[in-house]
Design a protein around this ligand. Structure first.
Ligand code: GLN
Ligand code: ZN
Length: 763
């Protein structure tokens, strides 16, 4: 009998119930008990949805973040919040957000007003967790209350409960040392708390515990590998079975280590580590469970069930009861229910599976293995039909696009001349002063702008009316920028809801869901567009708006586009071709837009690559390959223009050190980056590399409502000038201004323009 289980279920709710309950509580519009009740409802609903499984996850539900929950379980909180009294959940929010609710903001100094916890991406996903903070003095003390509450709740509901926890080595590995002390030195202090936790669970009748150690899919130093041996030797003393759970990649050099750890079972992500299944089967002792992640927990396509069964049937013959089946990773990373979708394109919809549908697939595979395929013949036939339709659809396969990709040559990504030659031509065309000023693209998205876009989408106002209102907004925005005497203007992006969605909606090969939300952090969700087919651009996407904006001013108007790598990294992408090919298709489409803008007289064009760094693979050994195709895609997009057309790119806050050579390779004439909070230290990477082109290091922190002073911005630029020759420096904010108010933006930009004047006089 193949056993089925799940590693985690999305907790946000099919209609984002948890998000709305959290935000209402934070605004003091509902009580803590009401919030807790929503949590309990969601857990009950989700366990019911998983009732066909042999084991359902418990403890995967979190009101904010599962890593932060683990910190609470281990009694490990930042010292700045240790003295807090009150409800555990309020304390969770204080650590995560710096305050428990709006109400607490007025109490800053007593219970609110602490620094919010630092967030970072959970491995290579778009989920952000609260980073555990360690120091040499860190102590741990068990608080199993949250986990036990959920366990008892599950047991009362008759759930076959398999508690889920983050393993000790991963927990240390994903945290940060605040005093440069060695995190591994804490392991001897940490392990007894884990032993206690496991003993507590065992005492509640728990048979299996899922212990997540995704750190095992990354490159590990020998001492970290050794830590796994130490840790699991100690944990194996407890009378509970451990399912050591890995996901998001191959184990590679950690494969033997994993097979030798004294646990009762191992979960392997058979989507990304399929070729390691055979070796692991031979290495694992005969009494171990092997759990295979066979349904993609990271993407939204139906699984090819027949092909999967072809592969699994012989394996099931050999392993029998030892074979467990699950999604590849927690379903946290996919939307909840395809059945919520009312308007999704019917053809594409038939190719998709969200979390609930993925559990059905899992059940179908298990039934086919346990009872024979005939027991699920109908489901298998329907699945086959969907897959065949997708494979043959003319909307997926566009021969013209495929031909264009085949014809890509290195010339396509090459500018006509080197930067030095281009810079001279651009200077004579654009006639900009030293320390030229510009912005990153968006201006405040006022309630009126959002309202207009909404009305237009809902068909409540005509296209003519919509265009007129948006043109008026553009005209206002241009007039303000002229008033401020900025040097390179933008149209302000009033017509864009989102920098990826705006382009996705106009490209062939994309669809959009209504409820395809995925948790990003806390109550925040993203709804990634679905890239399903070969990408083409039926008509220009930004030219009319930009040309209109240019007609209103004699200053250069900067055209504003999102780059192919960022569009790719923020979408659900195809699983039937490599990411690199989808990226090439996007590059060709955006390149056409670049050339259209240039033909229309737009001579400064910015191509945002905010998410370039986000796409880096987990293993460093794979970075070069990714960066190669990603940079090439940018170059194809950007580099078809004449020498005197100036290409800008923009990147948000990033650790630039690792990728500086690739950034230089992109060969944009100007890059603007987010630096103001780092006190220009992020520029060191550019300095040490002798970055050859122009840079606009952000001097205005747009995440804050504070208005930066002229003196502060001059000070930052002086620091920049210590690192970068002044003739290659621009003056601009950190990022787009869409989340700010006009009454913040105007004085801030006025100060910025004054700062640039002062710098021109100084240097
Ligand atoms: N051009 C975009 C804007 O200004 C860039 C946003 C971003 O980098 N995240 O809004
Ligand atoms: Zn940005």
């Amino acid at each position: 009998m193949a056993i089925t289980h799940n590693l985690g279920f999305p907790r946000i709710g099919a209609k984002r119930e948890l998000k709305f309950a959290l935000e209402s509580y934070w605004k003091s519009q509902s009580s803590l008990n009401e919030l807790k009740a929503v949590g309990a409802q969601l857990r009950e609903r989700h366990w019911r949805a998983q009732s066909a499984l042999n084991w359902a996850p418990v403890g995967d539900f979190s009101f904010y973040d599962q890593v932060l929950d683990m910190s609470f379980t281990l009694g490990h909180l930042p010292s700045r919040v240790k003295h807090f009294q009150g409800d555990l959940l309020d304390n969770t929010f204080r650590v995560a957000r710096g305050r428990s609710s709006l109400e607490a903001e007025s109490h800053s100094g007593c219970c609110g007003g602490v620094a919010a916890g630092e967030m970072t991406k959970w491995f290579d996903t778009n989920y952000h967790y609260i980073v555990p903070e360690f120091s040499a003095a860190t102590e741990f003390a068990l608080d199993a209350s949250r986990l036990l509450d959920q366990l008892h709740e599950a047991q009362r509901q008759g759930v076959s409960a398999k508690p889920v926890i983050i393993g000790p080595v991963t927990y240390l590995g994903i945290g940060k040392s605040k005093d440069a002390s060695d995190r591994l030195a804490l392991l001897p202090r940490l392990l007894p708390v884990y032993v206690q936790l496991l003993e507590t669970l065992a005492a509640q009748g728990v048979e299996w515990v899922q212990i997540d150690e995704p750190l095992l899919v990354t490159e590990l130093e020998p001492e970290w590998q050794a830590a796994f041996k130490t840790a699991y030797a100690q944990l194996s003393g407890v009378a509970v079975k451990l399912l050591l759970t890995t996901y998001f990649g191959e184990l590679q050099e950690n494969l033997v280590l994993v097979s030798e750890l004294p646990v009762q079972g191992v979960h392997l992500d058979a989507l990304s580590a399929r070729r390691e299944v055979e070796p692991l089967v031979s290495l694992l002792p005969q009494d171990r469970v092997l759990s295979l992640g066979i349904i993609n927990g990271r993407n939204i396509w139906k699984t090819d069930l027949n092909a999967l069964l072809e592969w699994l049937e012989p394996l099931h013959q050999r392993l029998g009861d030892r074979l467990w089946l699950a999604p590849s990773c927690s379903l946290l990373h996919v939307p909840v229910d395809l059945n919520s979708e009312q308007v999704l394109d019917a053809e594409v919809r038939d190719w998709l599976a969200f979390a609930l549908q993925k559990l059905d697939e899992l059940q179908c595979v298990a039934t086919a293995l346990n009872q024979g395929r005939s027991a699920v013949a109908e489901q298998l036939t329907a699945n086959q039909a969907s897959l065949t339709a997708r494979r043959q659809s003319a909307r997926v396969h566009n021969p013209v696009v495929q031909q264009a990709v085949r014809e890509i040559s290195p010339e396509l990504g090459r500018r006509q001349s080197s930067y030095a030659v281009r810079a001279k031509k651009q200077a004579s065309l654009l006639q900009l002063p030293a320390f030229p000023t510009t912005t990153i693209g968006s201006f405040p998205q006022t309630a009126a702008i959002r309202q207009t876009r909404k009305q237009y989408k809902a068909g409540e106002i005509s296209e003519v009316k919509y265009t007129q209102i948006m043109r008026d907004e553009i005209a206002k925005c241009v007039a303000e920028q002229e008033g401020l005497q900025l040097d390179v203007l933008v149209h302000g992006e009033a017509e864009r809801n989102d920098m990826v969605e705006y382009f996705g909606e106009q490209l062939e090969g994309y669809v959009f869901s209504q409820f395809g939300w995925v948790q990003s952090y806390g109550s925040r969700c993203v709804k990634p567009p679905i890239l399903f087919g070969d990408i083409s651009r039926p008509k220009s996407m930004t030219v009319n708006w930009t040309v209109y904006a240019q007609s209103l001013t004699d200053k250069p108007m900067k055209g504003m586009l999102t780059g192919p790598v960022t569009i790719l990294n923020w979408s659900f992408v195809r699983d039937d071709q490599p990411r690199s090919v989808s990226c090439q298709q996007l590059a060709l489409a955006i390149r056409e837009e670049v050339l259209d803008l240039e033909r229309a007289g737009v001579r400064v064009i910015q191509i945002d690559e905010a998410a370039l760094r986000e796409g880096l693979p987990l293993r460093r050994s794979k970075w070069a390959e990714y960066l190669n195709w990603a940079v090439e895609a940018f170059r194809i997009t950007a580099n078809g223009v004449a020498d005197d057309t100036q290409i800008h790119t923009h990147m948000c806050y990033s650790e630039f050190n690792d990728i500086i050579a690739s950034i230089a390779d992109m060969d944009a004439d100007v890059i603007t980056i987010e630096t103001s909070r780092s006190d220009m230290e992020l520029l060191d990477a550019f300095d040490h590399f002798n970055y050859p082109n122009e840079i606009g290091p952000g001097v205005y922190d747009i995440h804050s409502p504070n208005i930066p002073s002229q003196a502060h911005m001059v000070e930052l630029m002086r620091k920049a000038a210590e690192r970068i020759p002044v003739e290659r420096l621009w003056v601009n904010p950190d990022c787009g201004l869409k989340t700010r108010q006009w009454d913040e933006v105007l004085p801030a930009l006025a100060n910025m323009v004054e700062a640039a004047r002062q710098l021109r006089a100084e240097y």
